[in-house]
Design a protein around this ligand. Structure first.
Ligand code: DQA
Length: 145
């Protein structure tokens, strides 16, 4: 069974009450439930996590060097700032998929740079929680082409 780590960065724990005009009304728990349903359908096992701390995300990525078959990451604001997360992701030999609920490229200029994108096998942005589903489907297809 394919084991997938899904990482969520800062402020995503506030989904539902955070700028609903941009991020919608779904909570992170709703997105986790959607990911778990999708993973069951696709025969995957998911480990779904969120942290507001850059170093904790780095540690979780380092731990994924062993025993994980793919990483889906919505690094939130750290997407646009974190060389540390970029460097940690470089340790991985498994596919990394970048996800965003909104499309940062259509927002403020400071969101246009992504330190994840150069390392990502695929990017899903601007489709809300559906992006997580597409990322799981992408990993499932990449394992069984
Ligand atoms: C986000 C986009 C980022 O620019 C922002 O900092 C977030 C959420 C998204 O999912 O649309 O926190 O990653």
């Amino acid at each position: 069974m394919m084991r997938i780590l899904i990482l969520n960065g800062p402020n995503l724990n506030m989904l539902g009450r955070r700028e609903p005009d941009i991020y919608g009304h779904q909570t992170l728990a709703d997105i986790e439930a959607l990911c778990r349903d999708t993973a069951i359908r696709l025969g995957q096992e998911v480990d779904f996590r969120q942290s507001n701390h850059e170093g904790e995300l780095v540690t979780w990525i380092q731990q994924a060097v062993e025993g994980i078959d793919g990483v889906i990451i919505n690094a939130a604001a750290y997407t646009h700032t974190s060389v540390a997360i970029h460097d940690a992701l470089k340790l991985l030999s498994v596919p990394v998929i970048e996800v965003h609920l909104s499309n940062p490229k259509e927002r403020e200029a400071f969101r246009h740079i992504s330190y994840i994108e150069p390392l990502a096998a695929a990017l899903f942005a601007g489709e809300g929680a559906r992006g997580y589903v597409k990322a799981l489907e992408f990993l499932s297809t990449s394992q069984n082409p």
